[in-house]
Design a protein around this ligand. Sequence first.
Ligand code: FAD
Length: 463
Amino acid sequence: MAATYDFLVIGAGPGGYVAAIRAAQLGLKAAVVEREHLGGICLNWGCIPTKALLRSSEVFHLMHRAKEFGLSADKIDYDLPAVVKRSRGVAKQMEGGVKHLLKKNKVDVVMGEARLAGKGKVSVKTDKGTEEISAKHIVLATGARARELPGLEADGDLVWTYKHALNPPRMPKKLLVIGSGAIGIEFASFYNTLGADTTVVEVMDRVLPVEDAEISAFAKKQFEKQGMKIMEKSMVKQLDRAKGKVTAHIEAGGKVEKVEFDTVISAVGIVGNVENLGLEEAGVKVDRTHVVTDEYCRTGVDGVYAIGDVAGAPWLAHKASHEGVLVAEFAAGGHPHPIKPNSIAGCTYCHPQVASVGLTEAKAKEQGYKVKVGKFPFIGNGKAVALGEPEGLVKTVFDEKTGELLGAHMVGAEVTELIQGYVVGRALETTEEDLMNTVFPHPTLSEMMHESVLSAYGRAIHI
Ligand SMILES: Cc1cc2nc3c(=O)[nH]c(=O)nc-3n(C[C@H](O)[C@H](O)[C@H](O)COP(=O)(O)OP(=O)(O)OC[C@H]3O[C@@H](n4cnc5c(N)ncnc54)[C@H](O)[C@@H]3O)c2cc1C
């Protein structure tokens, strides 16, 4: 007899496994179907292993600065296979953690490839054949994969996607990174720090194009100081592949330049995994490569939801997980609040780190706000100087009329940890007054978050 569940999730990434656990906590009989790896892209080929690699390059960078701290370090070197082994080990450990959590919460795990197979039904291809599962609520959480542009497709040798870059066949000597979003810049930062001669090509007018223009400009200066070549408003039109080398045709300002590299990382975006899921037959709407959903992640087909990367931007693990919780609570008869996309922070773990939430200054103005803008540089903060990290900026954008914190934008050490303070602020609909009246501990980097707010109102103390 076909297994029957209250809540069945397709895909065990940070969207899917979190949804299944929350559903089980709420008393629903829950299962998750996964074709490859528990924890999805995030734990296995995304957020976590990249951060493990970046930690190695950060330590390597600091070792070179040993003298500055009154220390000595000789013969500083790295062993790329060992760096990668550590990163793969961290991913494996986290995957094991998800397995444990699913078991602890009594979520059944079915390893196989699933597709919708009629109302309230899913068919799963497993090693042992095809099985049918029935469920009242079905959640599509199938994630996304790297976008491939014609002519720039990855081959795993000369041209890599993020997967190859996470488990590289060699250390690149002359590296081209196509695309300067979070994924492209993190790999550029990692390989550049380890000594690859790195060029980043970005089609938009600045690196990290979704960030506030001032933050992008600040980050660019730092990347260039570290030896990266940044080409903005530029496009890779063609890659000529030969033995051990690639010639990139890069168009900028109407001219095409041919440059040789030994490795190319293509980081030009992602596409949702919408194929072979029986979506069309089920009547689930797809817009380009993403399932169309409403604010409660409903697809419009009764009992079918979509969450995480397959449901569209922002393509972030914490957005996927939050949607997972929302859907589980909704299915259990709760009344969850819809997500406010403007309150989801984005973090990039390059060196220096970049983090932001809400509207950029330009976007706020575009939307008709009269703004008050505060800025505070890392050089004015005792902890930043003590850490040897005096380069960075905290920028805040307020609605002049109401004092609402519209956006916060940061570049510098540990800002990916700091941003959450502003995220909480936005969730609580905080105003400049609340933030100014908050006591920040000393000495911390977080004091800059206070000072930035004070600066928007002409009250900063340390600049
Ligand atoms: C290099 C890189 C770095 C990243 N860094 C960050 C970061 O620092 N912070 C951040 O927030 N985000 C980061 N991301 C993005 C993050 O990984 C994704 O937003 C997140 O994984 C999305 O979660 P998800 O559950 O929607 O999908 P996924 O994690 O993609 O999981 C989907 C799962 O569904 C499975 N699946 C697909 N189809 C089927 C099927 N038919 N049957 C069964 N199983 C199926 C897949 O095997 C997969 O395991 C990064 C991504 C990359 C590539």
